[in-house]
Design a protein around this ligand. Structure first.
Ligand code: 3PG
Length: 306
């Protein structure tokens, strides 16, 4: 019997788990759960003998892949798969997939939740600022970026984007002004919403020069990955520009500097919260389950990333 493990340090909602169970019941698969586990040893123990694995931001490194002696497929229920060691998976002929687009709306809504919160000074009773009429730059125009653009138009913002991997026509058709470089985006927009993945090309790529070039009242909202920010550069910007504010879905490594010195100019979620909605859990969890069944029963490799 095919065995599937859902290993989620940050669990899915009960409804998502129950609908995922239905998909596997119908396929005749056995489902095991490992939720809120505390260490890698628990994960290593749980992956033994399973054919398929569903994860979220859970770290799947070479040790985990080695321990998973029957593993054929890992589905990251979500967009970013920087938490999976693709080389180790490929070396053991394990297929890795993600579920693109399934949790994007939740992430886009969180970006605006954080923007409004900080622009209203954490609702502390003082006069804040509005988003209407301001320039928003969307750095990377994938699934989340597109939804951010549509919400931004509802707020009455002027929307710009840069994405070298997306056709300009697609961006322009959304009523968004397409810019030719990341540098131009940062120089143009007071607000930047970041949606680039974390990989060898992007890690540490959002640097001091780009952030210093942003117009007055600059706010960077990062619902992508903390690793794409050059934190040393970010701290210099926080020091040299007292109008600069940083919002991030999960705190940077240099969080303590923010706490010590920059009260009122930042907000960080305590846990990665972008995709943590009932709807996103359900969409991504069920998509992951169906992708596993499609792969095992029919060899469907749509959304394979390795
Ligand atoms: C993603 O890449 O899909 C998001 O960062 C969500 O991550 P999570 O599943 O850990 O909430």
């Amino acid at each position: 019997m095919t065995k599937v493990l859902i290993a989620t340090e940050k669990p899915f909602s009960n409804q998502a788990v129950s609908e995922v169970k239905q998909v596997f019941n119908a396929a005749g698969y056995a489902l095991e759960m490992l939720e809120k586990y505390e260490d890698k040893a628990a994960l290593i123990d749980a992956v033994k003998g399973v054919d398929a694995l569903i994860i979220r931001s859970d770290k799947i490194d070479a040790d985990v892949i080695d321990a998973a002696d029957e593993l054929k497929i890992v589905v990251r229920a979500g967009a970013g798969y920087d938490n999976v060691d693709l080389s180790a998976a490929t070396a053991k002929e394990v297929t890795v997939m993600n579920t693109p687009g399934q949790n994007s709306n939740a992430v886009a809504e969180l970006a605006f939740g954080m923007l409004v919160y900080l622009n209203r000074n954490g609702f502390n009773g003082t006069a804040g600022t509005e988003l209407r009429g301001k320039k928003l730059g969307i750095h990377a125009y994938g699934y989340v970026g597109r939804i951010v653009a549509s919400i931004a138009r509802g707020f009455g913002m002027e929307v710009f984007a840069f994405d070298p991997f997306v056709d300009d026509v697609l961006i322009k058709n959304d009523g968004v002004t397409c810019l030719g470089s990341a540098e131009e985006l940062y120089e143009t927009c007071q607000f930047i919403s970041l949606h680039i993945p974390a990989n060898d090309q992007t890690r540490g790529s959002i640097n001091e020069k780009m952030l210093m070039s942003m117009p007055d009242g600059a706010t960077l909202v990062n619902t992508a990955r903390k690793e794409v920010i050059d934190e040393e550069g970010l701290l210099k910007v926080m020091e040299n520009r007292n109008d600069f504010r940083y919002l991030s879905d999960i705190a940077p490594d240099c969080k303590d500097d923010f706490i010590d010195k920059y009260e009122g100019r930042y907000f960080f979620t305590p846990k990665k919260m972008g995709a943590q909605t009932a709807e996103a859990n359900l969409n991504a969890g069920v998509a992951a389950a169906k992708q596993i069944v499609g792969f095992i029963e029919e060899g469907d490799t749509t959304f394979k990333v390795n």
